[in-house]
Design a protein around this ligand. Structure first.
Ligand SMILES: Cc1ncc(COP(=O)(O)O)c(C=O)c1O
Length: 369
């Protein structure tokens, strides 16, 4: 069996380091917003090319708190993608604002800047691009649109820590970058966790207060905030893992290169590539009209895989109950036809060859049918 994602393998290689880090937290006794959280915030900020990091309890909260801190409220509109994890629009809805979904670029599955510009109205307050599967959105165009129309830019970088455009990391392009440390992410904790990055000192201060009940001094509250704090055990583990992240992301890229060579000539759309873009291959997603039968074929051979995402957000029941359903033909065509294959640093070359052979064989048999 080759699982789609295997976090236990990664933890086995780091067992000693992780146990020592957790042991130190247990001995020290400060479990919320302690020294590990503070150090991690600075280390992530440095890694992402920003001045500040604000540790929170999930990627979802990172998005929600970022929008809230930027003043997004009821009556506002936030433009985002219909092809992402549901949390992206939940964060918008919970501020009271309306998510405005616009169509994607069919090659890299991220927001199409032209569609974004056409969707701007007097109510638009922010643009929220998602760097889906670890491939950065077109931040140059989106930053220029945001500047021209005076809009906030909030990056959903939950799947893309370490990705860059022209050497500039994601999370440093917008007013804020939002990251998730959900266990299966490229940098994952052993529970929920998230981080907001920014270079704006005032915004950083607002976010630090908002995540902990609006507190500016013990038992002194300047606003009505939330409880969304990164705990010390997560921070200690994430600090251990962050040291390995650059090497892990390189390994993911090497695996992606091998897939690309091996799948050349097959009727598959492979992940987008550009010389200026450094993706992180959080997921290696191929596109084919045969995604359902290819998925079954691989599962029958003990190879884990999954359709990401089977349905665009505007076709979800939760959306239908609340908002009118737009027509977004590209997202509709892509959803359900994309299949994620195993890609993680611990995947061995031999396992990858097994996956490649199975995919190639599927298309040979498909042709013969
Ligand atoms: C694109 C995207 N946005 C937001 C989230 C939410 O992150 P979390 O699960 O940490 O709340 C995730 C991850 O699950 C995600 O993949």
């Amino acid at each position: 069996m080759i699982p789609l994602i295997d976090i236990v393998r990664q933890h086995q290689t780091l067992k000693g380091e992780m146990e020592r880090a957790v042991g130190a937290v247990l001995n020290q006794g400060q479990f919320i917003l302690g020294p590990n959280c503070q150090s991690l915030e600075q280390e992530i900020a440095d890694y992402c090319g920003t001045r500040y990091g604000i540790g929170v309890n999930s990627g979802t909260d990172a998005l929600f708190l970022a929008l809230h801190a930027l003043g997004v409220r009821e009556g506002d509109e936030v433009i985002t993608s219909p092809y992402t994890f549901f949390a992206t629009i939940e964060a918008i809805v919970h501020t009271g604002a309306r998510p405005v979904l616009v169509d994607i670029d069919p090659h890299h599955y991220n927001l199409d800047p032209e569609q974004v510009e056409q969707a701007i109205t007097a109510r638009t307050k922010a643009i929220l691009p998602v760097h889906l599967f670890g491939y950065p959105a077109d931040m140059k165009s989106l930053s220029s649109i945001a500047r021209r129309y005076g809009l906030h830019l909030v990056e959903d970088a939950c799947q893309a820590i370490g990705a860059e455009i022209g050497g500039k990391p994601v999370g440093s392009w917008g007013d804020v970058g939002c990251f998730s440390f959900y266990p299966t992410k490229n940098l994952g904790g052993v529970g929920d966790g998230g981080m907001i990055t920014t270079s704006d000192p005032e915004l950083c201060e607002r976010l630090r207060r908002l995540r902990t009940h609006g507190t500016y001094r013990k038992y002194h509250h300047s606003c009505f905030g939330f409880n969304s704090r990164l705990d010390e055990i997560q921070a200690a583990i994430l600090r251990v893992k962050l040291k390995h992240l650059p090497k892990w992301n390189l390994r993911r890229r090497a695996l992606a290169r091998r897939y690309r060579e091996a799948f050349r000539g097959l009727p598959l759309q492979l992940p987008s590539e550009s010389p200026r873009v450094t993706p992180t291959y959080h997921l290696y997603v191929v596109q084919t009209p045969h995604s359902v039968s290819l998925k079954q074929w691989l599962l029958d051979r003990g190879i884990g895989c999954e359709i990401y995402y089977p349905m665009p957000l505007h076709h979800q029941r939760a959306w239908n109950d609340r908002f009118p359903v737009p027509s977004l033909p590209r997202a509709e065509a892509v959803a359900g036809t994309t299949l994620a294959l195993p890609i993680y640093p611990e995947l061995s070359d031999a396992e990858q060859e097994t996956i490649i052979k199975a995919v190639v064989r599927f298309f040979k048999e498909e042709k013969a049918r």
